[in-house]
Write a protein that binds this ligand. Structure first.
Ligand SMILES: NC(=O)c1ccc[n+]([C@@H]2O[C@H](COP(=O)([O-])OP(=O)(O)OC[C@H]3O[C@@H](n4cnc5c(N)ncnc54)[C@H](O)[C@@H]3O)[C@@H](O)[C@H]2O)c1
Length: 209
């Protein structure tokens, strides 16, 4: 806990957006980011849950259905930290998998993260600072039967993280015990003053999701 107090408030003045922030892992991210001083936007289709948690942490809520990807194409997202976390699961053998469910999972867990990163990067580049955390899964690097959509989306998300890391201004791989695939954008001194630098950290731990 000694280390924790040293890390607290290191995000003072930073603005974070956490998708699927009303519950589960997203809510834990919201509380941790807020505890470290960030102003957090709790983005969730569960508007009541998002509002309640935003009140709790002194942030704001964004009632948004991320399945409505068309609305995200014109979005401009002024934030320093973006946590792409919202996710769902459907389990069925491929031959019985509802194509609409497949599309929903790809839209929510791959297309929406792409569009949110796309909306946030111009601000991050302009500010010379940014962090993008894409919440992945062991299913970003391994497969399980009956989870064709989920595994496809998480593998795609891993690829998206790698591209974002490269485009952010140079990449380096860092093994980690994190449950997430992350691409963090940092100010770069060696390349340019405004071009952020990225790190990509594939997940290593096993999750049931
Ligand atoms: N729980 C696990 O065991 C596990 C394991 C590996 C990875 N993950 C990943 O972690 C992330 C969070 O999982 P969780 O277990 O905390 O899930 P959860 O169900 O507790 O929370 C998901 C949140 O996403 C929101 N959400 C769902 N659809 C949405 C939409 N259309 N628009 C906006 N928000 C929407 C929900 O309202 C909910 O608040 C997911 O990406 C999941 O794939 C979870």
């Amino acid at each position: 806990m000694g280390n924790r107090s040293a890390m607290e408030n290191t995000l003072n003045g930073r603005k974070a957006v956490v998708t699927g922030g009303a519950s589960g892992i997203g809510a834990a991210c919201v509380r941790e980011l807020a505890a470290r001083g960030a102003k957090v936007v709790v983005a969730d289709v569960d508007s009541a849950g998002a509002a309640a948690l935003a009140d709790e942490v002194g942030g704001t809520s964004w009632a948004v259905d991320l399945l409505d990807v068309d609305k995200l194409t014109t979005l401009s997202l002024d934030c320093d930290i973006l946590v792409n976390n919202a996710g769902i699961q459907r389990i069925n053998p491929i031959e019985a998998f509802d194509p609409a469910d497949f599309r929903r999972i790809i839209a929510l867990m791959l297309e929406a993260p792409f569009l949110l990163i796309r909306a946030a990067l111009p601000h991050m580049y302009a500010n010379g600072f940014g962090r993008i955390i894409n919440v992945s899964s062991v299913h970003g690097i391994r497969a399980s039967p009956f989870k064709s959509a989920y595994v496809s989306a998480k593998h795609g998300l891993e690829g998206l993280s790698k591209v974002a890391a490269l485009e952010g201004g140079g990449a380096e791989s860092r093994p980690t015990a994190s449950t997430r695939a992350t691409s963090g954008l940092r100010s770069s001194r060696s390349r340019s003053r405004t071009r952020p630098r990225c790190t990509a950290s594939p997940s290593r731990r096993s999750w049931p999701g």
